[in-house]
Design a protein around this ligand. Structure first.
Ligand code: KG4
Ligand code: ZN
Length: 332
């Protein structure tokens, strides 16, 4: 069964054809980085305009690359939240139109659930597991007892980890998205040069990254001659320490030795390395996607769409996108 996935929640226009929920036939991602990089962050108005221009060519490319036609598609799965409302509207309206004209069922997918499903395109972890979803908009740890059953164990109280990466990169004079740039720079720096704060919230596993961001800003202002490589490495170590420590604290407390890490920041080399080493030393299983499936893509949306479509959970044309959509609250 072929599912057409459509993802436009933020700044990537993506379409994919996935077979039986786990085999990627095509996965086209058109990045808007060149549009937003000079602003140091995403400009929502420009993002939605670009989605409007790109959605049809990207879907067309996904269909031709898969060597199929719309008649072969069993369902269209699209992200309906969370994300930027203008961006979500483009994917939602486009999906509804194709569904209506071609009489193809629609499936609404929560973007965060898509990130979790990205792991299932390459592996099959047993339930229950812990999922760290860490991206530009979210940083949460969920206990996943089965698909659709998510209990939030920890969340950020302020910035998402990816947002902190992007803001620190901006202070240091780098373009958006800053995560991959800081990651590369940090590999040439000394993480022991500055001990940036690792925030801990009393009686909670929640995260806070805004104090860290301010500490980096203050350090850069007071030490203009400091090497950017060392600042990047010291900042990155503070983020990764906190993410990995919280994840494994919860894993031990709950006795859940299976962990997945998904979302754009899961592409980070230091996070992948530290989490994999910790899993080995604690005897846990860890699942990380290939780098191309960590950041936003439509294959993960199609994978989640397959799961819900095969259980008869289709969406109605009255469904509208929502910028705030907690995991598990998708209205089917
Ligand atoms: O999942 P994603 O593509 O979009 C959202 O749902 O937010 O994540 C994008 C975020 C950006 O903040 C970007 O800087 C960050 O993921 N990112 C990284 C790396 N690659 C992408 N952060 C750290 N290291 C990376 N290698
Ligand atoms: Zn995402």
């Amino acid at each position: 069964m072929l599912i057409l996935g459509i993802e436009t929640s933020c700044d990537d226009t993506s379409a994919a054809i996935v077979e039986n929920g786990n085999t990627i036939i095509s996965n086209i991602v058109s990045s808007q980085n060149d549009i937003h990089e000079k602003y140091g962050g995403i400009v929502p108005e420009l993002a939605s305009r670009s989605h409007i221009e790109m959605i049809w060519p990207v879907v067309d490319e996904a269909i031709s690359a898969a060597n199929v036609s719309l008649e072969d598609i069993s369902a269209i799965a699209f992200s309906h939240g969370p994300g930027l409302i203008g961006s979500l509207l483009v994917g939602t309206c486009f999906s509804k139109s194709i569904s209506f004209v071609k009489d193809i069922p629609l499936v609404a997918v929560n973007h965060l659930e898509g990130h979790i499903f990205s792991i299932f395109l390459e592996a099959s972890p047993d339930f229950p597991f812990l999922a760290l979803v860490v991206s530009g908009g979210h940083t949460s740890i969920y206990l996943v007892t089965e698909f659709g059953c998510y209990e939030e164990m920890a969340r950020t109280r302020d910035d998402a980890a990816g947002e902190a990466y992007d803001k620190v990169a901006k202070f240091l004079g780098f373009a958006y998205p800053g995560g991959p740039i800081i990651d590369k720079l940090a590999q040439q720096g000394n993480p022991g040069i500055v001990k940036f704060p690792r925030a801990r919230i009393k009686a909670s596993h929640d995260f806070s990254f805004s104090g860290l961001k301010t500490a980096v800003l203050n350090y850069v202002r007071k030490n203009p001659e400091a090497k950017k490589e060392d600042i990047a490495a010291s900042f990155q170590e503070a983020v990764v320490d906190v993410l990995v420590d919280r994840l494994f604290d919860i894993s031990r407390e709950r006795n859940i030795p299976r962990i997945i890490i998904a979302g754009g920041v899961s592409a980070n080399s230091a996070l992948r390395d530290k989490a994999s080493k910790r899993a080995r030393s604690e005897g846990s299983d860890i699942y990380l996607s290939s780098i191309s499936l960590c950041t936003d893509n439509a294959a993960m949306i199609a994978a989640a769409g397959y799961y819900y479509f095969s259980r008869g959970k289709t969406a109605h044309y009255s469904l509208n996108p929502t910028s705030h959509l907690p995991l598990g609250s998708t209205n089917r």
